[in-house]
Design a binder for this molecule. Sequence first.
Ligand code: AMP
Length: 503
Amino acid sequence: MIVDLFEAARADRANAYALDDLTYAELATAVARVAAELVRRGVGRGDRVALVSENRHALAFGYLAALQLGAIAVPVNPLYRADDLAVVFADAEPTVAIVAETCMPFVRAAWAHHGALLDAAEVERIAADARAPVAARRYVDSESAALIVYTSGTTGRAKGAMLSHRNLAAIATQLIAAWRWQADDTLVIALPLFHVHGLVAGLTASLCSGGRIRVHARFDAARVAADLAHDATMFFGVPTMYVRLLETPRDTPLAPLRLYVSGSAALSPEIHRAFEARFGAVILERYGATEFGFALGNRYAGPRVPGSVGIPFPGVRVCVSAREEFRVLDDGEIGELLVAGPNVFLGYWRNPTATAEAFRTGDDGTRWYRSGDLARRDPADDTYAIVGRIKELIVTGGFNVYPREVEDVLESLPGVRACAVLGKPDRVCGEVPVAFVEAEGPIDSAALLAALGARLASFKVPKELVVLDALPRNALGKLDKPQLRRDYLAGTPTPSPADRANA
Ligand code: AMP
């Protein structure tokens, strides 16, 4: 159970740093005070505690206090405005929300009849108040929900993925074992804590390991580089962060940490190699999702192969299945990646239909989660590669185009900072690939298309190449392809970047 893992770390490491400059003992006391405040506001077992804030201590305290009380933490993207918030609140029905000042006006507009709103600064004041009462831990069954994370899906009804106490414990112990995470490790995180990558892989696993985590409010390449130079041993980021670190001035040193991890989106082989060439560090790429934490990662002992997401984490099972039915495909064939194990979530909160659709039963009765990602297994070294999302597969004139394959080539061309390849409806071919490019400066589209033509089969070469000042990204820094599709391919005339900027 996850709280027992924290308590074990605290028992051994009371005076060691846990979160920034708070020791394990100080953090435990702060959390017990915040828990007492939540109890005073009516939070009981199974009640939801919404957390709407950028990274700061109130968010960590609220999350840990909810776990201690057997309540369910519901972290919410602090960039959400009233409409999105209203959807989440109506679904989760929180008893309390801990809210950063900047988010408060939007939360108030969306809060309706729910319970108390606690200001994040007030929560931090209570946490530091030596006279504040402390609450005792409440025990719940390890199958109970501990966390509901609303998936970043941008269409349809928001779905709250429920992770149990057992799921969190499984995810933390899997990462700790696979990455040889030790009590003397210091992890630097600039990922948002409202997402599984930052909250579970970062904060939760770090506190179970007995190590220290330093959390940045947001990612700033220069500040992160400077912080890494101070006794850090690990950094977890998304690919965009590695791109930004590579863009720092040439004289910016970067600490040779024992572990740089990238995930949440595909890391292009180009960035992988450029990072190694410049900083001497071989990034370990891993693959995960809100619904199961983490499934695959490159071998810690190596080789850490660009374009591969390696092997299953300890205790995790994966297989590559046909898309229409459960049928394990032969090695090398591309199919849907299915995931099973103690890390796989309970289901979607109050949404049995979506939950049923998310799983497939195997021949032996195994309940497999359908990742929606296309993958292939390489028998030579028993590793997996992610080819892309099923929904993003482009079928042009009967041929399959995996956007990632085109993106990897495009990103290796000079002047391309980032790119996305999407399918555009086409009368003759059904769909044709179209490329969107974020350029480092003025760029020659015709030359890029010619370079692609020299390296890819003709049906894979984009029929159009749109150069943009910046590709849309979500709060995690991941490319937002649905947004790009809505903006440029939804049947409306293509707006110029200037129109977009003025919109
Ligand atoms: P989320 O639930 O927001 O974390 O998104 C999970 C999705 O991110 C997965 O289903 C994949 O499509 C994508 N993803 C995560 N890690 C990787 C990776 N290493 N390579 C490619 N796609 C990834």
